[in-house]
Structure formats: C-alpha cells, structure tokens
Design a protein around this ligand. Structure first.
Ligand code: HEM
Length: 407
C-alpha cells in the first residue's frame, strides 16, 4: 500500500455514511479489512486519510510529533473549511499542540481528576433525582432528551463553571444551535457569537467577584504564566461544548440502546457491573462518530501508507471501537466487559472530562431504569430522529412513556 508518487491523488469517493442506529456504516468493516487507511473527500470538500482500524487509530492519536491538533475542530464535517489551518482561538486546548497544550491541560487536569470529580457526586445525584421526580409529575409522552438528557449535564457543567441558575437556559440554547448541522451556517455562527458574549460576561464576573468554581480558581491561582481573560472565555466555551451535548446524547441514546437490550438493562442495578458498564456503552455507541481530525506536520508512514506533511487524517473512533482485532464480538453490547476502547479518544488529547462523564452516566442511567417502571419509547423505530448530521451522534427527540415512577 506504499505510495511513492510525488503527489497524493485526489479522492474519488466520499466518507461512509448511514449509521444504523447503534452500528457504524457497514462500509467500515470492509475498509478495515481491505483499505484501512484510505483517501476520501470529506463533506466540506477537502481530502482526508480515513483511519479505520483500532491499532492505526492509536498510532495516529498517540503521535503528537507527527500529527497536529491545529485543525482538530470538526470543521471537515461542519463545512467551514475556511477555518482550516487558522489560528486556534485562545483557550481551546483541543486545538493546541505540545507545550502550549500541556500548559492549559495540566492546570485543568487537577479540576477533572477522579478525586475532585467524586466530590460532585451528591450534586449529580440531586439533579438526577429532581429530574426524575419531575417526570413523575407528568403524564403522557415526554421527550427524554429535553426532560432529562440535556438538563442533567447542563446543570453539572454550570455548577463547575459557576454559572448562575437563571442564565443556564441561555447557554444551553447557544450550544445546541452551534452543533446542529440542520441549522444554516450563518445561524450557527450567530449562536457561537452569542455564546462567546455570554462567557465573556461570566469570566468578567469571576474576575470581579471570584467564587468557589473552576474559573475563579484558575484566576486566583498564582502562576508564572497566568491564564488570560481570552483563554478563560475560550476554555469555558470548549468545556460546555465538549461536556454538555456529549453526555446528553449518551444519556438519551444510551437509554434507547438499553431498552433495545433488556438483558443488559437488567444488569444496571449491580454495582460491580457498573464498574465496566459505562465504558462499554461509550465504546459501543461511539458518539464522537465522524472522525477526529489531525494534520500531518511531517511525512509519516502509518501501517504502510505514506501520509505527507500538510495532509489531513480523520480517525474514525466508531470504526476503531468495532474492530474485532481489538475486541472479539465488538459488535455486541456486553456491559460486564472491560476494554481499552478509544471512545474518549487516545493520547495527549484524550477526553479531559471522562471521569465526569462516567460519574454522570453511572448515576443517571441506573436511577432512570430503577425508578421509572415500564419505561418505553412511543415513537416507531423508523421515525426516531437520529442525529446522523451532527458532530456528536445521538437522538434529537426520544418520546417515552412509563407505567409508574417509584421513590
Ligand atoms: C460521554 C461523554 C463524552 C465523550 C464520548 C467525549 C469524547 C471525547 C473525545 C473523543 C475527545 C478527543 C477529541 C480529539 O482527540 O480530537 C474528547 C476531548 C475532550 N473532552 Fe470529552 N467527551 C465526553 C464528555 C466530556 C465532558 C463531560 C467534558 C468536560 C466537561 C469533556 C471535555 C473534553 C475536553 C476539554 C477535551 C479536549 C482535551 C484536550 O484537548 O486535551 N468531555 N472528548
């Protein structure tokens, strides 16, 4: 598969599409088998090397010397390819490399380590409990995404950032609009601008009146290289964007998957199973599904394929996580199994919020299934609006009903 031509030929095909509904497109199995690193045209109109095998995914994501994160927004999918190669916004650590990335990542790592996240458990429980109590007060079909999936992580991230309760609806709206590909680009850009304005106000208020929250601690902490106002704004936007809709989609899509796998759902009340269940669901559902983007900064060969400096690579996590060379029966959901999946990414940029996501899901899913008896989806399967067109996969609306809600 080695290429020695001086220019890489243009791609003559697009990225696979058609996820159904928990499984990646069947094309990925073929690609893993026959063309594990293949040139395709991304929807935004530029070419990327698509990496579909688990081992290759780890090689690319683990090699920060050869692959840069400068373009690691999902611009290739969003259609705003003009942003490629541009200067990353301050504070958006996902798009920084090396020392610049490490500087912010290390400061934040303390906030997101297991011990500190564990302290949020009572708050997460309270939020989950109150939202299930609210379900109990309603009759008739309810949209689980809006009633439970979205508000739980929104309130938790709001608590971490120190967002006042009355302002939370505003930032929820702005974030949802930014990642919804069905909304025209100009409206998404307007939503992004509104969100930036909101967070600038929030950060200003923390400089003026610091409290017990992540932003205030970053401001107050003595450091030779203090985090700037602009970085704090960018960081807040990134944390909300990365931590809100992802977890909301995992709650909603995860509930649907569990309802379709009642044998697995029955295991949720077993504490031991919960040690592995959330990660297995992250692997199986792989909601960051369209490929995380990197740019080669030098010529490099991966699994025999030469990738030239300046070319882009999209690592398809949903395909890597279903690679049977990595995990036998990878297409099955088995909550008791443990694996080194890449659903949270891999390498220096591996998900910063993974312990938080685990905590939220570990509480939300078993509590929902324990308390809401006879939970069922009312929308016929063929009419469920899956978010194929969004950066993060999920369900736009999941109408459910139930028999009773117990204490
Ligand atoms: C189930 C939920 C989640 C999933 C599946 C997920 C997945 C991911 C993935 C795949 C990456 C790597 C992207 C890349 O390499 O280009 C990532 C990075 C990141 N995630 Fe998450 N995430 C989740 C929840 C969260 C939460 C709750 C937060 C924080 C509140 C968060 C914050 C971040 C940040 C800040 C990064 C960038 C880290 C860096 O560049 O060093 N994520 N996430």
């Amino acid at each position: 598969m080695t290429s020695d031509t001086s220019t890489t030929p243009l791609a003559n095909r697009g990225m696979p599409s058609g996820r159904c509904p928990f499984d990646p497109s069947a094309e990925y199995e073929q690609l893993r088998e026959h063309e594990p690193i293949v040139r395709v045209r991304a929807p935004a109109g530029f070419d990327v090397w698509l990496v579909t095998r688990y081992e290759d995914a780890r090689v690319v994501l683990g090699d920060g010397e050869s692959f840069s994160n400068v373009d690691a927004s999902s611009s290739h999918l969003m259609g705003d390819k003009d942003d490629l190669g541009g200067t990353p916004p301050p504070g958006v650590l996902l798009r920084y490399d090396g020392d610049e990335h490490a500087r912010l990542r290390l400061r934040l790592a303390r906030e997101f380590m297991v011990k500190r996240i564990a302290k949020l458990e009572p708050f997460v429980r309270e939020v989950v409990t109150s939202h299930i109590d609210q379900l109990a007060e309603q009759s008739g079909p309810v949209d689980l995404y809006r009633a439970f999936g979205l508000p739980v992580p929104a309130l938790v991230i709001g608590e971490i950032l120190g967002v006042a309760e009355e302002d939370r609806e505003e930032f929820e709206r702005a974030t949802a609009a930014q990642v919804d590909l069905s909304i025209p680009l100009e409206e998404r850009q307007a939503a992004a601008a509104a969100s930036a304005g909101f967070f600038a106000g929030l950060v200003r208020s923390k400089f003026e009146n610091p409290g017990d929250d992540l932003l205030s601690r970053l401001i107050l902490e003595p450091s030779e290289s203090p985090v700037t106002f602009e970085e704090l704004v960018g960081l807040s936007i990134l944390l909300l964007a990365a931590g809100h809709d992802t977890t909301a989609n995992m709650i909603t899509l995860g509930t649907h998957a569990l309802l379709q796998h009642p044998d697995q759902a029955a295991k949720l009340q077993d504490e031991h199973v919960m040690d592995t269940a959330v990660d297995e669901m992250i692997r199986y559902l792989s909601i960051v599904h369209n490929g995380v983007l990197r740019k080669a900064v030098r010529d490099v060969t991966v699994n025999g394929q030469q990738i030239r400096a300046g070319e882009h690579v999209a690592v398809v996590l949903e395909s890597a996580n279903r690679d049977t060379d990595f995990l036998p029966d990878a297409d099955q959901l088995e909550l008791e199994r443990r694996s080194a999946h890449v659903g949270f990414g891999y390498g220096a940029h591996q998900c910063l919020g993974q312990h938080l996501a685990r905590l939220e899901l570990r509480i939300a899913l078993p509590e929902l299934f324990r308390r809401v008896k006879g939970l069922r989806v009312v929308t016929p399967e063929g009419e469920i609006p899956f978010k194929d067109d969004m950066l993060v996969y999920g369900i736009r609306e999941l109408m459910v009903e139930w028999d009773e809600v117990v204490a």
